[in-house]
Design a protein around this ligand. Structure first.
Ligand code: CDP
Ligand code: MG
Length: 821
């Protein structure tokens, strides 16, 4: 009885704190109830390894009979007519010339660095060569080749392609695995997976038992996961002399990697590619060709050209900001769109369609938002919008398999294929028939400013090597043309290479992983990176993990930290999910976690911003929460799905059906993950037993998102928001909290600050003092007596002695609770 009483305590005290305090005082005084913690039904330690779904190689063992079977099948396919056709295509790829040299080199070294132009056959062919030769040698079922890809979409599309080339269905000898999705079986010998999946595998199996080959693809991109994986693998291969490591890169910056593995048995090889010449046109030429003048972009460039010689690109960028302000551009986060001149692109595409030779057009945009905005504009064009004359396709990280297929298809003659792509088409996806490339010179890249703890999501200038890559996409079948929508002088100022992600990202996730993988001291470990991050940045990340309760003072994982380290989500989101289990409000937390891990389900069309904002606002009347607005929208959408009215619902409410469907599967995965980890045992915290009390949901959101908190400072006529470090932040115009003139909550919690044209908090939720006080953790201190204030890096609540004591006690209880015993 006492236990249940205590639980109700925890379930409801957020709701009626004064009542609770009275209760609590009375019980303490009368000593009639010993306050006991509600037993949380999680295992004391997280499971050593996650269940099969998260374990890419579980249950795969070689045996001779299976190997013989694979051998026979491979032969039969190679002798068949279809197999001959596939082989015909494959043998035309540049990689084919070096097939035996590659296998020979591989047999003589442990680390092989392979470079080769995009499309020469690295990703689809090299892993396949290894597989084929192992099968030929009778070891088909005992070889385990793991090939990592930086993106989910390339892992699945490449696996499909390779299976096709082998005349198999996906999931036989070739499979793929990405977070939340996999097609593979016990006979899978070649597995394409995301880099994250392999890192996860290392957690339960630090030397990758059974794996014979690890191939790390696209290392030139210098993604955080890849750089991190290389530090780990550098150790693993020394403990596993029989394990082969193959690194594949598109550009010729192989020196850096060669040096990194210098003391090991390392070889390099380059696959010379073929490419036709591609002619470059810069902005001046494009303006001449299209006869287009008075655009904002050209005015901007004119201004830039008049500006004093600036050799440093950063100077250009700040100039651009000045210009943007001068032009009174809207103070909006999608600032990228402002600087892309859609009309210029439209005119150029029109020109190509009317005067160009046969061939597809590939347009590099910055991100999904401007791709869809441009697509909307082009669809209204008499020529470009005509489906019998133009195939207008999009290519980005979240496209559907059908869309993916269309990209590779050849249109009928006289139909022009135009692909609007993100930089995913730069190296990972190769479309053969591209003859024209339009390059706006920018990519939306997330970076992170350590000094201000702010994420930046500004379209940034790409590097010279990216420009070369983009341009090269036009010369696959015949000589091509590349239109750069910036002056040549600006190109000259571009950096040579992209900045490695490890140097421009928040590191808390990586630090948590290092601890989860038991790789020792964080600073020491990260100092072993190819280009180590700044020590201060690492320190900030460690401090952050301490604040959220994942690391203790000695930088060891706390119990909560151990649990967070096995959940494949950002630690804040993981904490929200765990707290959702404890406080029986998992259902909305699953939705919020899914929304925070995917694209915003609310669409924001450039020309209909106000309508879109209105629609979103409707979901949050009285709530002051973007997170709760998503929950409500999602729940309503699910009802509509049952009544087959979901499309209308989405259209009317500016919601993306695709994102919502994606969220549904993410929710399922989160749920099974929590189930497997033991949080939902005993039915006590099951998803159904969902507390519908928005106050509790709010408190749990606070628990997850803290220390992302801003004070709402209302003065007559204006409201400002200030974070704990004193930064003034702006509520994003698309947030429902931008519309509340009078706020009823003194605080807003948010996942991250994002700098675009201003420092914004995007999605936020209003919370009360007591929620912050109880769920805020170590940075919220309780003083006495009086009021509440924010000082330096912490919040101080001043209150009467007895209340302060009570709050302290309750927080201790909560801390105990988070030990998850
Ligand atoms: O990895 P790399 O850039 O060197 O080339 P790849 O991805 O292995 O692609 C080799 C060839 O296969 C390219 O010419 C692609 O056009 C073709 N390919 C395809 O037609 N469909 C796919 N899904 C993947 C590749
Ligand atoms: Mg590739």
């Amino acid at each position: 009885q006492v236990r249940i009483f205590t639980f109700i305590f925890f379930g409801n005290y957020v709701l009626s704190l004064p009542a609770f305090l009275d209760e609590y005082k009375r019980h303490r005084k009368e000593k009639e109830a010993k306050v006991e913690l509600f037993p949380i039904v999680a295992p004391e330690q997280p499971p050593q390894s996650l269940p099969d779904v998260y374990d890419p190689l579980a249950g795969i063992f070689g045996d001779a009979k299976k190997s013989k079977l694979m051998f026979d099948r491979q032969r039969a396919w190679q002798d068949s007519r279809e197999g001959q056709i596939a082989l015909g295509f494959r043998s035309k790829l540049p990689a084919f010339q070096l097939r035996s040299a590659f296998l020979e080199s591989l047999s003589r070294c442990q680390v092989l660095v392979v470079t080769g132009g995009t499309g020469c056959g690295k990703t689809t062919q090299l892993p396949q060569y290894i597989l084929e030769s192992e099968i030929d040698g009778g070891c088909g079922s005992s070889c385990k080749i793991v090939c990592t890809q930086p993106r989910r979409i390339s892992a699945s599309s490449v696996a499909l392609r390779v299976a096709e080339e082998r005349g198999e269905v996906l999931g036989e000898s070739v499979g793929y695995q990405v977070r939340f999705d996999s097609v593979r079986s016990r006979s899978t010998s070649l597995l394409f997976c995301t880099t994250g999946i392999l890192l996860r595998r290392l957690m339960s199996d630090p030397v990758l038992n059974g794996v014979t080959h690890v191939i790390v693809d696209e290392i030139h991109e210098r993604g955080l996961n890849e750089d991190f994986l290389l530090i780990v693998l550098r150790d693993v291969i020394q403990r596993r002399p029989d394990l082969k490591l193959i690194l594949m890169s598109a550009t010729v910056d192989a020196k850096l990697f060669e040096k990194y593995f210098l003391d090991l048995n390392t070889r390099c090889m380059d696959i010379p590619g073929f490419a036709y010449t591609v002619k470059s046109y810069y902005l001046e030429d494009v303006l001449n060709i299209t006869g287009y003048k008075l655009s904002m972009q050209s005015r901007m460039w004119k201004y830039l050209r008049q500006a004093p010689e600036a050799s440093d690109l950063r100077a250009h960028i700040s100039e651009e900001n000045i210009v943007r302000e001068a032009l009174n551009a809207e103070d909006y986060s999608n600032a990228g769109e402002e600087s892309i001149d859609f009309t210029l692109i439209e005119k150029l595409l029109c020109h190509v369609c009317e005067h160009g030779q046969e061939g597809a057009v590939l347009v590099f945009m910055t991100g999904w938002e401007d791709i869809s905005a441009l697509r909307r504009q082009l669809r209204t064009h008499p020529v470009l919008g005509h489906p019998s004359r133009v195939w207008l396709l999009a290519c980005h990280g979240t496209m559907s398999p059908d869309e993916q297929k269309r990209i590779f298809e050849r249109p009928p003659s006289r139909v022009r294929k135009i692909i609007l792509a993100t930089n995913i088409a730069e190296t990972s996806i190769t479309v053969e028939d591209v003859v024209y490339v339009v390059d706006i010179g920018k990519a939306k890249e997330k970076s992170y400013d350590v000094a201000t703890n702010t994420a930046c999501l500004l379209p940034r200038w790409i590097s010279k090597s990216s420009v070369r890559q983009r341009k090269g996409r036009a010369g696959r079948l015949k000589p091509g043309v590349c239109y750069h929508l910036y002056p040549e002088s600006v190109f000259q100022a571009f950096e040579d290479h992209n900045e490695p992600e490890i140097l421009r990202t928040a590191l808390h996730n990586v630090c948590l992983r290092i601890k989860g993988l038991q790789l020792g001291d964080i600073q020491t470990f990260l100092a072993k990176a190819i280009e180590p991050p700044n020590r201060h940045a690492v320190h900030i990340a460690i401090e952050f993990l301490k604040v959220i309760g994942a690391l203790d003072e000695t930088e060891d994982l706390t119990v909560l930290g151990k649990h967070l380290a096995i959940l494949p989500v950002e630690p804040q989101i993981g904490k929200m999910l765990i707290m959702g289990c404890i406080f029986q409000c998992l259902d909305p937390m699953l939705t919020i976690a899914a929304a925070l891990s995917s694209r915003d389900p609310f669409i924001l069309p450039v020309d209909k911003r106000e309508d879109s904002n209105q629609a979103k606002f409707k979901f949050s009347i009285g709530e002051m929460s973007d997170h709760l607005a998503v929950v409500r929208a999602f729940n309503d959408w699910e009802v509509c799905m049952k009544h087959n009215t979901a499309s209308e619902f989405c259209r009317a409410n500016f919601l993306s059906m695709q994102v919502l469907i994606g969220m549904t599967s993410m929710r399922k995965q989160f749920l099974s993950l929590l189930q497997e980890a033991g949080y939902l045992d005993g039915g006590l915290a099951s998803c159904e037993a969902y507390s519908s009390d928005p106050m509790i949901v709010r408190a749990v959101i606070c628990a997850g998102l803290f220390p992302g908190v801003a004070a709402v400072v209302a003065t007559p006529g204006s409201v400002t928001h200030k974070t704990m470090d004193g930064t003034v932040v702006h509520v994003h115009p698309h947030s429902v909290n931008a519309r509340h003139e009078e706020s009823c909550f003194p605080w807003l919690v948010f996942l991250e600050k994002i700098k675009t044209s201003n420092v914004f908090i995007r999605d936020s939720t209003g919370i009360s003092d007591s929620m912050l006080l109880l769920f805020g953790g170590a940075l919220v201190s309780i003083g006495q007596p009086g009021h509440l204030q924010m000082c330096g890096k912490c919040l101080e609540f001043f209150m009467g002695e007895s209340e302060a004591e009570l709050f302290q006690e309750m927080r201790d209880l909560l801390d105990e609770l988070l030990k998850l015993k």
